[in-house]
Write a protein that binds this ligand. Structure first.
Ligand SMILES: *[C@@H]1O[C@H](CO)[C@@H](O)[C@H](O)[C@H]1NC(C)=O
Ligand SMILES: *[C@@H]1O[C@H](CO)[C@@H](O)[C@H](O)[C@H]1NC(C)=O
Ligand SMILES: *[C@@H]1O[C@H](CO)[C@@H](O)[C@H](O)[C@H]1NC(C)=O
Ligand SMILES: *[C@@H]1O[C@H](CO)[C@@H](O)[C@H](O)[C@H]1NC(C)=O
Ligand SMILES: *[C@@H]1O[C@H](CO)[C@@H](O)[C@H](O)[C@H]1NC(C)=O
Ligand SMILES: *[C@@H]1O[C@H](CO)[C@@H](O)[C@H](O)[C@H]1NC(C)=O
Length: 438
C-alpha cells in the first residue's frame, strides 16, 4: 500500500466542452510488491465474502427516525485488489484517491470536521467550509437521495443525510454539490461544476488506502451519469505488474475503434429497483476450457423476475464468483487437466482449488484458455486470468456461490483487456490489450 501516493493523471480535454473526454490513471490498492499473491487473494476474498453476507440482508432505501436515508450496495472492505483513481474536490481543489467501482453509484469523500468517526486517509481531508464552490444539495434536486422522502415541496434549506452501507462497511454524511477536477497538471485539468456527492463525516474504517469511492454504476448519482459521459472504458494491468498504471477513460475518448479482436455483447435489462438498477448485467450462456464446452445446465446465470440471479461485471469485486452448478463444472475441468497434487490452500488464500507447485519458484504448467461465452461475444481468459500463483501455491481464482444467487465477473478476470461500457448503446465491448502501454 506504500505506493498509493504515486498516481498518474492526464486529462485530454474538458468533458463539458464536448471534446475528447477525460483520462484518469488507476492504481491498485495492493500494488505494494511486498504483498504475496496468497495474501492478496485472501484479503480480496475476505472482502468479497463480506459483500455476500450483505446481499442477503439488503435494505434498499429506508428512512430512519431522524430522516437519514440508508442505501446498501455490495461494496466492501477495499483491501484486496480494487483500483484507485485520483480526482479533486472543491475550490481550491483538494486531490484524493477513490475506489473506482462499477458496482455502486454514489461518489463520496470524507469531509472535515469529522472527529473520531473518520478513517485515516492517505490525502489531506477536504473541508467544505474552505471551498468557495460547496453547497448543500437541496432536497428538491433530482439527485437528492431524499427526494422521495421530502415530498413535493421540501422546506427551504433541507439537507439530505445519508448512510450508505456496503457489506460490513458504511459511510454517512450530508449530500453536497461541488466542483470536481480531473487531471493533475493545471494544463490538462477538466473542472466540472455541480456534481452531487456524499460529504461523509462518519464512516467505518474499512476504506484503508482510499479517501472515498467513485460510483460508475448505471444510477443517476454515478460519475458516468452525472457527467453525461455516455460511455467509459478501463484497462486493468495485471496483479503481478506492481509498477504500471491502469487507465480509465470517460466520454468520447473511450473507444475501441480500430482495435483488433473487439467483441460486443448487450447488457441485460435489470430490475428498476435499487440496488439491482445499479448493476451491469451480462448474458453468460456457457463456459469452455480449451476446446471443451463444459456441461453447465442452461439458465444458471439467468436474471429472475424477482431480481435474484444474473451475472454482473464489477470493477470493485476481485475474484469471480459463479453459482455452484457452474463453479463445480469449472473446478472439475481444471482439476482434470492438472497432474500436480492438490493441496488445501484455503487458509492461505481462501480459495478452494489449489495445487502445490514443486517449489516456491516453479513456474506453473501450461493451461489452455478459458472462454466465457457471452451473448454474441466470446471472452477468452488466458491461464493467468483464471489461475493465480504465489508462495508455492497455484489456485483457481474463482469461487462458488449458492445456486440462484447473483454471479459476479471480478476484476482479476478482467486484467489485460480493454473494456468499454457503452451506456447509451447498452453494450459491453472488450478486446485483448496490454494495459500498461495503453
Ligand atoms: C455529521 O454532520 C451532521 C450534520 O451536520 C451532524 O448532525 C452529525 O452530528 C455529524 N456527525 C459527526 C460524527 O460529526
Ligand atoms: C427547489 O426549491 C427552491 C426553493 O426552496 C426553488 O427556488 C427551486 O426552484 C426548487 N428547485 C426545483 C428543481 O424544484
Ligand atoms: C450506518 O449504518 C451502519 C449499518 O447499519 C451502522 O452500523 C452505523 O452506525 C450507521 N452510521 C450512522 C452514522 O448512522
Ligand atoms: C490499514 O492500513 C494500515 C497500514 O497500512 C494497517 O496497519 C491496518 O491494519 C489497516 N487496517 C485495516 C482495517 O485493514
Ligand atoms: C518496479 O519498481 C521498483 C521501484 O522503482 C523496481 O525496483 C522494480 O524492479 C520494478 N519492477 C518491475 C517488474 O519493473
Ligand atoms: C441470452 O443469449 C441467448 C443466446 O444468444 C439468447 O437466446 C437469450 O434470449 C439471451 N437472453 C437474454 C435475457 O437476453
Amino acid at each position: 500500500m506504500a505506493s498509493l501516493a504515486v498516481l498518474l493523471l492526464v486529462v485530454c480535454a474538458v468533458l463539458a466542452s464536448g471534446a475528447a473526454g477525460v483520462r484518469v490513471g488507476l492504481t491498485r490498492i495492493h500494488s505494494d510488491p511486498g504483498v504475496t499473491a496468497s495474501q492478496f487473494v485472501r484479503d480480496a476474498l475476505r472482502r468479497d465474502m463480506h459483500r455476500e453476507h450483505a446481499r442477503s440482508g439488503r435494505v434498499l432505501a429506508a428512512a430512519s427516525a431522524d430522516g437519514t436515508v440508508s442505501a446498501r450496495t455490495r461494496k466492501d472492505l477495499p483491501n484486496g485488489g480494487e483500483y484507485l483513481m485520483t480526482l479533486a474536490v472543491g475550490t481550491p481543489p483538494v486531490a484524493y484517491p477513490a475506489i473506482a467501482d462499477t458496482g455502486s453509484d454514489l461518489i463520496w469523500t470524507q469531509c472535515a470536521p469529522c472527529g473520531d468517526r473518520c478513517f485515516k486517509q492517505p490525502a489531506p481531508l477536504y473541508n467544505p467550509s474552505s471551498s468557495t464552490t460547496f453547497a448543500v444539495l437541496p432536497c428538491n434536486s433530482s439527485l437528492s437521495m431524499c427526494a422521495a422522502l421530502a415530498g413535493a415541496s421540501p422546506p427551504p434549506g433541507c439537507a439530505c443525510m445519508y448512510n450508505q452501507t456496503y457489506g460490513t462497511g458504511w459511510t454517512a454524511g450530508v449530500q453536497g454539490s461541488e466542483t470536481f477536477t480531473f487531471g493533475s497538471s493545471p494544463a490538462d485539468q477538466a473542472r466540472v461544476p455541480g456534481v452531487a456527492f456524499g460529504c461523509s463525516n462518519a464512516s467505518s474504517d474499512d476504506w484503508n488506502g482510499s479517501a472515498g469511492l467513485v460510483g460508475l454504476g448505471r444510477g443517476a448519482l454515478s460519475l458516468v451519469s452525472q457527467l453525461g459521459a455516455g460511455r467509459f472504458s478501463y484497462c486493468l494491468t495485471p496483479f503481478q505488474d506492481a509498477n504500471s498504471t491502469s487507465t480509465l477513460l470517460l466520454g468520447p475518448s473511450a473507444a475501441l475503434d480500430g482495435t483488433a479482436g473487439v467483441r460486443t455483447t448487450p447488457f441485460v435489462a435489470g430490475p428498476s429497483r435499487s440496488p439491482m438498477s445499479t448493476y451491469y448485467y451480462l448474458n453468460l450462456t456457457g463456459i469452455s476450457l480449451g476446446a471443451t464446452a463444459l456441461s453447465i445446465p442452461p439458465n444458471v446465470f439467468s436474471l429472475n423476475a424477482d431480481g435474484t440471479g444474473g451475472l454482473i461485471i464489477d470493477s470493485g469485486t476481485t475474484i469471480t464468483s459463479l453459482v455452484d452448478a457452474a463453479y463445480q463444472r469449472v473446478r472439475a475441468a481444471v482439476k482434470s487437466l492438472v497432474t500436480l497434487p492438490t493441496t488445501d490452500g484455503s487458509d492461505a488464500t481462501g480459495l478452494d482449488l489449489c495445487f502445490a507447485l514443486p517449489s516456491e519458484t516453479s513456474a506453473p504448467p501450461a493451461m489452455p484458455a478459458m472462454t466465457l461465452h457471452f451473448d454474441g461475444a466470446d471472452m477468452v481468459l488466458a491461464a493467468d486470468s483464471y489461475m493465480i500463483s504465489g508462495s508455492g501455491l497455484w489456485c483457481l481464482a474463482m469461487r462458488s456461490q449458492p445456486d440462484g444467487a447473483m454471479s459476479t465477473l471480478g476484476n482479476y478476470q478482467q486484467q489485460n483487456m480493454h473494456i468499454l461500457y457503452d451506456v447509451r448503446k447498452e453494450t459491453l465491448s472488450f478486446a485483448p490489450a496490454k494495459c500498461s502501454t495503453l
